[in-house]
Design a protein around this ligand. Structure first.
Ligand SMILES: [Zn+2]
Length: 70
């Protein structure tokens, strides 16, 4: 939460919106985002966070589908 409250901008490449959430950089990159963040945390704006949630939800659904076969 720390960096977001300081008014950080979204770290997605080419995006200049106000940051809404900070996430683990690896998690964001795994969802297919190009980030310009250098730290372990990446700041996402509302829109990109929504997109990220959608991406990672798809992953979870796939995993659940695999487990459901047992
Ligand atoms: Zn953004």
């Amino acid at each position: 939460m720390g960096i977001v409250s300081k008014g950080a901008k979204c770290n997605v490449d080419g995006c200049d919106k106000e940051g809404a959430r900070s996430l683990n950089t690896t998690k964001v990159e795994n969802a297919g985002f190009r980030v310009v963040s250098v730290g372990k945390k990446t700041v996402l704006c509302k829109e990109h966070y929504k997109e990220w949630k959608k991406e990672s939800k798809d992953d979870r659904d796939l995993e659940r589908a695999r487990f459901d076969k047992f």
